[in-house]
Design a protein around this ligand. Structure first.
Ligand code: APR
Length: 168
């Protein structure tokens, strides 16, 4: 049974086997959490990302973590949906980001992993709706991963995730 935890912090400082980044399709790196992870991992992350990309929205692809501090060994790149009001399949794409990232973590043999609040920044996904999708999807995805940490950078995102954990 997977243990899901909601924490406040910087995902680059997590002590897990794999961290998930909220990427764009090129996997070249960008701003937000993607920028933080690419800065910490070094330029080899973008080189590795370009070599395996593009990554379609809802899919997930892994690279090594390069200069990220141990025990982080893997970066799982997933591309969230751009929020367009909610009737363009955004919820299904976001759920797929969480599901595919866990599946990739299983393929890597990861036993612990950390997620940011995918799509809730630049891509504009409402944090309350994203929190429900993240936790419901992670609870319903069979996996050998033992620990999943949802790392909120912002207080409001943290509060939405914590509220969903209490109610579900
Ligand atoms: N640790 C954890 N979470 C973080 C960090 C960090 N160091 N920095 C930012 N975040 C949070 C944001 O506050 C937000 O809640 O990550 C969440 C996702 O926001 P974005 O990083 O903007 O990602 P997203 O909304 O999915 O947009 C992706 O932005 O950076 C570009 O290349 C990326 O084009 C892609 C787009």
């Amino acid at each position: 049974m997977v243990d899901i935890q909601v924490v406040r912090g910087d995902i680059t400082e997590e002590n897990v086997d794999a961290v998930v980044t909220a990427a764009n399709e090129s996997l070249l790196g960008g701003g937000g959490v993607d920028g933080a992870i690419h800065r910490a991992a070094g330029s080899r992350l973008a080189e590795a990302g370009v070599a395996i990309g593009p990554c379609l929205p809802g899919d997930a692809m892994a690279t090594p973590a390069f200069d990220l501090d141990p025990p982080i060994r893997h970066v799982i790149h997933t591309v969230g949906p751009v929020w367009e009001g909610g009737d363009q399949g955004e919820a299904e794409i976001l759920a797929s980001c969480y599901r595919r990232s866990v599946q990739v973590a299983d393929e890597l043999g990861a036993r612990s992993m950390a997620f940011p609040a995918i799509a809730t920044g630049v891509y504009g996904y409402p944090a309350d709706q994203a929190a429900h999708i993240a936790i419901a999807t992670l609870r319903s995805t069979p996996t050998r991963v033992r620990q999943i940490r949802l790392v909120a950078f912002d207080q409001d995102v943290y509060e939405h995730l914590a509220a969903v954990m209490r109610e579900q």
